[in-house]
Design a protein around this ligand. Structure first.
Ligand code: SF4
Length: 369
């Protein structure tokens, strides 16, 4: 079902967020458009260039630090609930990008949130986390220049959460996150601790910090920015900055990738599973080849185009060509799906091989068996 564009958008980091119109988020949530910043970023990422990163809060601090080569940090993370998929891949690429631009880098394994939100026992999330970190290293994160940690083992994060808890009422939590069990409110406080961790004296003190996330995570950013202000006197925190990327659709065209609907694939699925899911994907194509030749397709609603745009076509000219060829009916869906399957399988096979080299290193970093 398509989202109702008249409804107010709900951004829920613990539930399902469906965004019908990204432009409306500027008005509804005070998110700033990213586009005006593009020319100020020395070496914009693929996501920035293609408008996938569409919004931000206080990114001027980060672009300024990048231009002047001053100190800044990036923090992102993963909830260890399963294998890397195209959504978590995006966050990983963003953190690697900022590391390559000189950011002090923090990657958090949100195992407390996985426990509170997904009931994943810590013993199980340990294994998943080691696998996720191996993915991250295989994608190019330099572990020598990064602090990778599990929330449950990072006492400074937990201490911050305890301190922040003093300034937050139940009414505030309900207003931000809705009626939820206390464990989720606790995990939100822990996340605030994660976001502000890079600014503690142990890591060199206050500094501009960017949190690149999907826009559904904005409530955590707003909450943490409020806390940073409340505790400014004690810690001298600089309000954290954020960038927001668009959320990927499911391969069936529904607004979200979902395990239950099997409308996505992971980087560790079998090649035949991946090929089958892409072959069966919804497209923006027409009912017949003749119609498509005459009228062209609709790449704007097409998940096949989307996975190419987000992940599998590096060259900007190539993606522009695919868009134009679709629009003019030159490119047909069968042919495009085949090209996409080839590109995805090439990437996935190489990635799986590369990842094997990093499993031991990932276990060592997280100190798990
Ligand atoms: S040609 Fe490609 S981009 Fe266009 S609708 Fe078909 S699959 Fe989607």
């Amino acid at each position: 079902m398509l989202p109702d564009s008249n409804k107010k958008t709900v951004l829920d980091p613990f539930g399902t967020s469906v965004v019908a119109d990204y432009e409306r988020l500027y008005m509804e949530f005070g998110i700033e458009p990213f586009k005006p910043f593009l020319s100020m970023v020395p070496n914009p990422s693929l996501y920035m260039r293609r408008g996938i990163v569409f919004g931000h809060r206080d990114f001027d601090r980060i672009s300024g630090a990048m231009r002047k080569r001053e100190e800044f940090a990036v923090l992102s993370g993963i909830k260890p609930t399963g294998e890397f998929h195209l959504g978590t891949l995006m966050t990983a690429k963003e953190i690697i990008y900022f590391q390559q631009q000189g950011a002090q880098t923090f990657y958090c394994i949100a195992d407390i949130e996985a426990y509170e939100d997904n009931k994943i026992p810590f013993k199980k999330s340990e294994k998943i986390a080691a696998d996720n970190v191996a993915d991250l290293l295989a994608l190019g994160l330099d572990p020598k220049r990064a602090y990778i940690y599990r929330q449950s083992k990072e006492i400074r994060v937990k201490d911050l959460a305890i301190i922040f808890g003093r300034a937050v009422t139940l009414a505030t939590m309900k207003a931000i996150y809705g009626e939820r069990h206390i464990g989720l409110y606790l995990s939100a406080l822990i996340q605030a601790g994660d976001i502000l961790l890079p600014q503690l004296e142990d890591f060199g003190g206050p500094k501009p910090t960017v949190i690149p996330v999907g826009v559904d995570q904005d409530p955590h950013i707003r909450f943490t920015r409020d806390l940073a202000q409340i505790f400014h006197r004690k810690y001298n925190f600089i309000l954290p900055s954020s960038t927001y990327h668009k959320l990927m659709k499911g391969l069936d065209g529904s607004p979200k990738m979902s395990k239950r609907q099997m409308n996505y694939f992971t980087l560790h699925d079998k090649p035949e599973t991946i090929a089958e899911r892409i072959s069966n994907a919804f497209t923006g194509g027409r009912a017949t080849i003749k119609e498509q030749r005459e009228l062209g397709g609709v790449p704007e609603i097409c998940p096949v185009y989307e996975i190419c745009l987000f992940h599998f076509v590096e060259d900007d000219n190539e993606i522009i060509k695919a868009y134009n060829d679709c629009k003019t009916g030159k490119l047909l869906c069968g042919e495009h799906k085949k090209q996409t399957i080839d590109a995805v399988l090439k990437f996935v096979m190489e990635h799986q091989r590369e990842k094997m080299k990093f499993i031991d290193k990932a276990r060592e970093i997280l100190q798990v068996e």
